[in-house]
Design a protein around this ligand. Structure first.
Ligand SMILES: NC(=O)c1ccc[n+]([C@@H]2O[C@H](COP(=O)([O-])OP(=O)(O)OC[C@H]3O[C@@H](n4cnc5c(N)ncnc54)[C@H](OP(=O)(O)O)[C@@H]3O)[C@@H](O)[C@H]2O)c1
Length: 276
């Protein structure tokens, strides 16, 4: 049952929502205090969803909630560390008792500290996995029982083209995003027959910090989130962009290791010199 499709008219949406005993769709959006999550949250609120804004910096979430409410939307700001299952459970209970059942999860939190091979540590890799993979798994664990019971819902996860193949300086991040991609693909196949849609977003570079040096094929934040939002509304299983970088990433996947290594030689971050 695809009840959040943008294609449904208001009567149809209302009928399905009342069958589910809820007044309006509710999106639980992680990492909503800045960057992609913040921009997506605004778009989703404009779409008519009540939005639960999740991140650690409550002051930024409160500002966004106010902006959304001034524009006629409904928003609830909750400070929560999504790597902590108990906090996510508490946040979900607050959201569901205030706004109603969560119909869409946007598991956007992630990011990557660079992996410095000179100071390689398993703790660093664990931290990057916790932020990118485990946070998503924790949020899915929280919302999935309700979605399964209602036989409906939409889970959106934030991957990256960096997960297509290992990149220099990104041993943790590339590995974590590759793991996330495969986790979501497995879930997508199994959840669809149970009425739950899964969308995996795989952006290239997105310009969240205007002062930062431009990266190859980097997209402006609003251009990128407009693209992601269209994919979410259409329930696309997977949305990788921009196309030149997708092509490069796909071709790189087919290259033999020796050629791939030669192509990327010297492209990683310069090694840090350790003070003796
Ligand atoms: N920007 C890009 O070029 C790009 C490209 C491909 C994929 N992505 C992916 O897109 C997602 C968002 O990236 P972004 O560039 O928008 O990053 P960002 O601006 O750094 O935003 C990250 C968000 O996650 C929140 N967050 C971080 N740790 C958290 C935690 N433990 N618990 C709760 N919230 C936490 C941050 O808020 P608080 O600090 O307030 O908690 C912030 O709202 C990530 O998954 C990233 O891997 C980004």
């Amino acid at each position: 049952m695809n009840y959040w499709r943008g294609k449904l008219n208001n009567d149809e949406q209302g009928r399905i929502l009342s069958a589910m005993n809820c007044d309006r769709p509710v999106s639980f959006i992680t990492g909503a205090s800045s960057g992609i999550g913040r921009s997506l949250a605004r778009r989703i609120a404009n779409e008519g969803h009540a939005v639960a804004l999740i991140a650690r910096r409550k002051n930024l979430l409160d500002e966004l909630a106010l902006e959304i409410e001034q524009d006629g939307g409904t928003a609830l700001a909750i400070a929560c560390d999504v790597t902590d299952a108990a906090s996510v459970g508490d946040a979900l209970r607050t959201v569901e008792s205030t706004l109603g059942p969560v119909t869409r999860l946007i598991a956007n939190v992630g990011g990557g500290e660079r992996t410095d091979v000179g100071q390689f540590s398993a703790v660093h890799i664990e931290r990057v996995f916790a932020l990118n993979v485990m946070s998503t798994a924790i949020c899915i664990e929280a919302v999935l029982p309700g979605m399964l019971m209602r036989r409906g819902g939409h889970i959106v996860a934030m991957g990256s083209l960096a997960g297509h193949r290992g990149l220099p300086g990104a041993a943790g991040y590339s590995a974590a995003k590759a793991a996330l991609t495969n986790m979501m693909e497995s879930l997508r196949m199994e959840l669809r027959p149970r009425g739950i849609q899964v969308t995996l977003l795989l952006p290239g570079f997105v310009r969240c910090k205007p002062k930062r040096k431009k990266r190859p094929f980097e997209l402006e934040l609003e251009v990128a989130t407009a693209r992601m939002h269209r994919a979410i509304l259409a329930h696309k299983p997977r949305c990788a962009f921009p196309w030149p970088l997708v092509w490069i990433a796909n071709i790189c996947r087919l290259l033999p290791a020796s050629l791939y290594d030669a192509l990327l030689a010297g492209r990683g971050p310069k090694p840090r010199v350790r003070a003796e």
